[in-house]
Design a binder for this molecule. Structure first.
Ligand SMILES: [Zn+2]
Length: 164
């Protein structure tokens, strides 16, 4: 009885060391990537995608450098992981990111099926600003052409069902 409890304690300690070590590697890598973004005059945000304790992809924010609105660290790292794993579905992966993702990235992360996001700092200013910005968007539901579009979608799914 005592032996097995001791064994369990040893196992837990080992597991903790292993996980702890990995975390160190992840966060050190994130900091290195943040420095790179900063040197390129981009807001220093970085992201990693991890599967089975292995880093699948890594990226840092490049929006200002590339003038591409999509070049947030999270989105670049997702695209790299998609390419490497040859799937859009990242449900087996976790994301490590320095800052709580913005809404655009949250949506992409959600679409990618990533279920766990580890983040270091909150992005309070951003979320407060976004709430105000949303009020400036006007949505117009167009009625004249909606049938054309829904027909294409219906046809597509009919074709897929016929294949199954
Ligand atoms: Zn983002």
């Amino acid at each position: 009885m005592e032996d097995s409890s001791l064994n369990n304690q040893c196992l837990c300690a080992l597991l903790f060391m292993f996980i702890g070590d990995n975390m160190n590697v992840y966060y050190n890598k994130l900091m290195t990537l943040c420095e790179k973004a900063s040197r390129k005059n981009c807001v220093p945000v970085s992201a990693l995608i991890v599967k089975d304790n292995k880093i699948i992809s890594s990226a840092y924010n490049l929006r200002k450098k590339t003038n591409n609105i999509l070049d947030h660290a999270e989105i670049i790292s997702i695209q790299k992981a998609n390419k490497k794993l040859k799937t859009w579905n990242l449900s087996e992966c976790e994301m490590y990111v320095t800052m709580k993702p913005c809404e655009m990235c949250m949506n992409i992360i959600n679409e990618s099926r990533i279920k766990k996001i580890h983040y270091l700092i909150d992005n309070v200013d951003y979320y407060e600003r976004k709430e105000k910005d949303k009020k400036n968007i006007v949505f117009i539901k167009e009625k004249d052409y909606d049938n054309m579009c829904s027909n294409i979608i219906k046809k597509f799914f009919k074709k897929i069902r016929e294949k199954d």
